[in-house]
Design a protein around this ligand. Sequence first.
Ligand code: ZN
Ligand code: ZN
Length: 257
Amino acid sequence: MQFFDTHCHIDFEHFDKDRDDVFHRMQEAGVNRIVTVAVELEQRERLMALVEHRENVWFSVGIHPNHEVQQEPTVEQICELARHEKCVAIGETGMDFFRHHVDAEVQALRFRAHIQAAHQLQKPVIVHMRDADEACLRILDEENIEDCGGIMHCFSSGWLSAQKALDMGMSISFSGNVTFKRNDKLREVAAKVPEEAILIETDSPYLAPVPMRGKRNEPTFVRHVAECIAEVRGISLEQLAALTTDNANRRFGLCAN
Ligand SMILES: [Zn+2]
Ligand SMILES: [Zn+2]
């Protein structure tokens, strides 16, 4: 059985002390592909060093909607940094009104720049949407996200938003919060997302799934997310693993082997 963790932050300092062990455990657990996602442009060197000697690790280029920067990136800048054979996506980008570090208009302009870069490079966009569904989905629509595609990462909204994103050809990725006791509604969404559009992730080091809740998260734990979703969809873990891995490979333009 093989799993694909489509969203983690394995370069973060949380893993500085035992990163090799984390990779080893991941391999042992059958989590044989991951994308380690950028939240700021300065990270790129670090991410490139990480993916360089590891066949099964890819990265993205982008600035998180809530990350404060001196200067907003231009489309050209994002394109320039993302031109690398192991850079498989643009992001994470999007809209987040839960934390108001960055002004909504600045977030919107930044988000549009990321999508425009993704169009030029024909890479998918990794979208972070929190308490900002209307604004986020409107921008995806106005910027013709269908032309490059993307992923609604750590999805935590209702079915209506899921459906709008799906209508634009987006994939929907679920993280550890789908396993949380109170999140029945989210599990209902996870049960309904069409087979070809569903993905799994950890968003490690954050949001460790039940039964690891409260601990530092790591890619190995994506299995718990998979188990939860397999159960609500009434399919086997093997089927769910194969399905989500195929979907991730297709979304990121990777060969199956
Ligand atoms: Zn995020
Ligand atoms: Zn993230």
